[in-house]
Structures are given as structure tokens and as C-alpha cells.
Design a protein around this ligand. Structure first.
Ligand SMILES: [Fe+2]
Ligand SMILES: [Fe+2]
Length: 152
């Protein structure tokens, strides 16, 4: 059973693609409106993805491992999220100022941090989740976060 890994790794791939498209489009100021829509799409998708992890998946993993608060592997992932959100906010700030040099600087830092974080989750947090969260429970979690099941 690897339902969590399959679903979440697929979202990581979609997020990584969107971010690369965003960075590419940033080099073309003419495409500001289209790039802005792409950034909003990325941000919305990332926030839902993180909500799934922060509010549902991570507490379940900590609970399963017998921790009242965050298990150490979960604390690490939450710290990653804080860094990613900070870098995302800095990228957005630079984007709104149309400061291309800074967008690329901060946006590429975001990309590297995001790749590392995705690697860790796909090697650690997701496989652990796969071991004890059933397909039914996962569907319930998706419904509670997204109001309806997302495509599995
Ligand atoms: Fe995450
Ligand atoms: Fe993730």
C-alpha cells in the first residue's frame, strides 16, 4: 500500500513543474499577467498541499509513533515549511516589484529548498504514512481538506 506516496509525490511533481514555468516566464515582463496567474495557481496548490500535511498527515504520523507533540521527523518537516513559506513570500514581494534579478535569486533558492524538502518527504514521512493510513482514511482526509476527494 503506497497511496499517500503516490498521491503526494504526484503533487510534488506538479508543483515543481509549475515553479519552473513561473521562473521561466518571469524573464519576460510582457507576460506579467500570465505569470501572476501561474504564481497564484502555484501558491494555492502549495497551501492546500501543506495544509494536508500540517493539519492531518503530520499529526497522524506523530500520534502513530507515540508522540503527544511533533515527532522529530515531523518537527523537521514543519521547519522546512516555515522556510519555504518565507522564501515564497520574498519571491512574491520581488515579483510584485517586478525585480527580475531578485525574483530569480530568491525563486531559485526556493526551488532548491523545495526539492530537498520533497526528497525528504518522499523518503521518510510519506512511506511511514503509507504503512498505517488506509485508503478509506486518506479519502476522508482529502474530503475534509478539499471538500471533495481530489483525483487519486
Ligand atoms: Fe511538505
Ligand atoms: Fe509535500
Amino acid at each position: 500500500m503506497s497511496i499517500i506516496s503516490e498521491f503526494m509525490n504526484k503533487e510534488h511533481a506538479q508543483l515543481d513543474d509549475l515553479w519552473l514555468n513561473f521562473l521561466e516566464l518571469c524573464e519576460d515582463l510582457e507576460a506579467f499577467t500570465r505569470t501572476s496567474e501561474l504564481f497564484d495557481k502555484y501558491k494555492t496548490m502549495l497551501l492546500v498541499h501543506m495544509k494536508l500535511e500540517d493539519e492531518y498527515l503530520f499529526p497522524r504520523v506523530s500520534q502513530h509513533l507515540g508522540f503527544e507533540d511533533d515527532a522529530p521527523l515531523i518537527a523537521r518537516a514543519r521547519d522546512d515549511h516555515k522556510v519555504l513559506l518565507k522564501l515564497l513570500a520574498l519571491t512574491e514581494e520581488a515579483f510584485l516589484k517586478q525585480d527580475i534579478e531578485r525574483i530569480l535569486l530568491v525563486g531559485n533558492n526556493f526551488k532548491q529548498a523545495s526539492i530537498k524538502h520533497h526528497e525528504r518527504e518522499s523518503e521518510i514521512q510519506y512511506p511511514v504514512s503509507d504503512k498505517f493510513i488506509s485508503e478509506d482514511e486518506w479519502l476522508e482526509i482529502l474530503v475534509s481538506v478539499c471538500d471533495q476527494p481530489k483525483d487519486l
